[in-house]
Design a protein around this ligand. Structure first.
Ligand code: FPP
Length: 259
């Protein structure tokens, strides 16, 4: 694909995506919602492939929220089956292209067969370094924070954590996303202006991009538009325009990375 206009030296290091609109895509065509998820799986493949080709280091995909467990059983089953098939099919490609897979969320709630293949692919790809794909499964930002708080409180009670040592870094290091830089760009498809309990802590300074395109239609052209828009943004991280123009502050400019 023609990547004209994209500045490869100012790519977001971490892109996070709220993949939304599968159901609407299907229903507007008189199809079952599951058809939308099936086509959404193809978008996942296409976007991972494009992110890899252009050199995005981290790609997070909100694939299944803790709230999604309340959907009709047949839809939950279909999503789990799609996920299983995706992992089985993509595992060789992840090895070939140096893609590391990690998951965030409460893995214990996943069906045994999904957990087994997920853990197998995570282990197999753990030393791959070219790109990291983060699948959010049975994940919600609040649940992540609650689990983090429980861990900290337990360690304080056991005497292994000094409350005075609690700072932003300690919190970040105890969330599921430990070791992963915060998203530079958060994309949401299907036009909804919500975060829907995805990353809460992690998106403090993320640039948001919302497109009306439904996830099953979100392909290379739409992804490129999001990246181009990101590069037009000016990131200030709470500072003034003048401050980011000071010499040595280039890391704070649009498309630049947070140190
Ligand atoms: C939102 O659409 C999407 C989901 C709840 C699941 C995302 C799943 C996939 C893209 C397919 C499989 C995933 C992988 C990683 C292979 P929605 O159903 O909420 O759409 P609606 O808002 O139009 O109803």
């Amino acid at each position: 694909m023609d990547l004209d206009g994209l500045d490869k030296s100012r790519l977001p290091e971490h892109v996070a995506i709220i993949m939304d609109g599968n159901g609407r895509w299907a229903q507007s065509r008189g199809k079952h919602r599951i058809e939308g998820h099936r086509r959404g799986k193809t978008s996942v493949r296409v976007i991972v492939e494009m992110a890899r080709k252009i050199g995005i280091r981290y790609l997070s995909l909100y694939a299944f929220s803790t709230e999604n467990w309340f959907r009709p059983h047949d839809e939950v089953d279909a999503l789990m089956t799609l996920l299983e098939h995706y992992l089985i099919a993509e595992q060789p490609k992840m090895m070939r292209y140096g893609i590391r897979l990690v998951s965030i969320g409460d893995r214990s709630r996943l069906p045994t067969s999904v957990r087994a293949i997920l853990e197998k692919v995570i282990e197999l790809t753990q030393d791959n370094r070219r790109m990291t794909v983060i699948l959010a499964l049975s994940y919600s930002g609040r649940d992540d924070i609650v689990r983090m708080v429980k861990g900290v409180v337990a360690d304080v009670a056991a005497g292994s954590c000094d409350p005075n040592s609690i700072d932003e870094q300690l919190v970040a290091d105890r969330l599921d996303t430990r070791g992963i830089p915060d998203p530079d760009l958060l994309i949401r498809t299907s036009g909804e202006m919500r975060v829907s309990n995805f990353f809460l802590w992690q998106i403090a300074y993320s640039e948001m991009y919302v497109t009306p395109t439904l996830w099953p239609d979100f392909r290379e052209k739409e992804f490129l538009q999001a990246l181009l828009e990101y590069q037009r943004r000016r990131r200030r991280f709470g500072r003034t325009d003048e401050q980011i123009e000071e010499p040595g502050s280039a890391k704070l400019e649009a498309g630049g990375r947070q140190s």
